[in-house]
Design a protein around this ligand. Sequence first.
Ligand SMILES: [Zn+2]
Length: 532
Amino acid sequence: NIEVRHVLTYEASEPPSNGSTGAISLEMNQSMIVLPEDKMQPRLCDERVGFFSVEMTDYGRDEQKAARRCYITRWRLEPSDPEAWARGELVEPVKPIVYYIDPATPMKWRPYLKQGVEDWNEAFAAAGFKNAIIAKDPPSPEEDPEFSPEDVRYSVIRYFSSPIQNAFGPHVHDPRTGEILESDIGWYHNVMNLLRNWYFVQTAAVNPEAQRVKFEDEVMGQLIRFVAAHEVGHTLGLPHNWGSSYAYPVDSLRSPTFTATHGTAPSIMDYARFNYIAQPGDGVTNFMPRIGEYDKWAIEWGYRPIPEARTPDEERPILNRWVVERADDPRYFYGRQSGARIDPRAQNEDLGDDAVKASTYGLANLKRIVPNLIAWTEENGKNYDDLEELYEQVVAQWNRYAGHVARNIGGVYETYKTYDQEGVVYEPVPEARQREAMAFLNREVFATPTWMLDADVLRRIEHAGAIERVRRLQVGVVELVLDPQRLARMIEAEALMGDATYTPLEMLDDLRAGLWRELARGEAIDPYRRNL
Ligand SMILES: [Zn+2]
């Protein structure tokens, strides 16, 4: 390998520091290795199982068109003892996946990051491997004088002392085969604030651990472990599976035994977050997602060797059989991430198989949090910044619940299939579900959310702004429902199905009846509703 370090100076119109120089200097490291001479056998993509991929046009194939080829990205895992593996024993791979902890990482969080990495061994067991993925502390200069987080030969969980509230999990792969060669996960210090906010707003109503501004280290450690496992999942080749959480019935998420073993969704790669459905008295104590049935299945599908197949095309019928065998089980459903979120099953930040029911429980919990916000953030000598931040989190969460329900209206289920499977790929959301969604919006979103308008809280954080805040959020939901693309889908559904769907006219009638409800009844209209 070759490592090149250099300092590059660029002209900059808005440099982050030393503005008068009009320049920015960056230290760069280029790390180069030769691609493997012995190419890994690629595995063909399948849109029914989520994997990051590498695409190419292969003119060498005997096809009468410019044929697109798509290979999944994955690490090269080969059984160290193929005979034992073939007998069904768990065997170690020839070369395990190794992650080093960045030497800059605070000591107390290192064990949790390592757990988040090694949690994936449970999934690799489904493909017949043990000790497939290992987390290590950074080597000392005596142990390995060449170690550097920038060096492509080392995969590292980088730690950044930064106010950014995020983490990421990319990888570098062989463009010929999709073989993942290296990965550097990044986590920013302030992702802890993001985790605090989510865990608080989603679980504090029923979870004493979350009823405070600063959590116990063990609680934050488990939250960091969750983020680490999610990001590691990306670096194993798995994209978000936003459709995963739809597999679990809402009522199961109120069960202490179910949630203790299943978390909140079959995939940690969903944006499933924490259990906001559990109600006081349910006795739920595990609120976090974990590596689940879908993750194990996806790793098995992508990583289980198929020794009898000598080419990617020979693997195809076997891979297809594995998918078709599980296609009727929602735990193995892959719902891709998309900006438009046309399929309401595949949404971020949602839980359960029924958005109206889930959001109703979630709202009931938010209504329990607001009267406690002051007590749970209280500290002598402190100003109200934390109160303001967590109040805004309550409002944001309410907005998420509204969106989860609203996207059922004019929604279309997208279930990728092949010819050997029953049914169509695209189906409108059932009519009754769309009607229920609109009724929920009229009841919980367009009606004034008086529970949120707590003067004790508001008058500690702002001189004014509540009326405008409610208007802005409500208008956002009206605009979401009246999105021209959504209406176009509803018009097309009516054109093809007639009255057997929720028609745009019925939807607009229901929306109008809700927004102008007081006129029909001769009731007074409050300032929030006048503003809407
Ligand atoms: Zn992610």
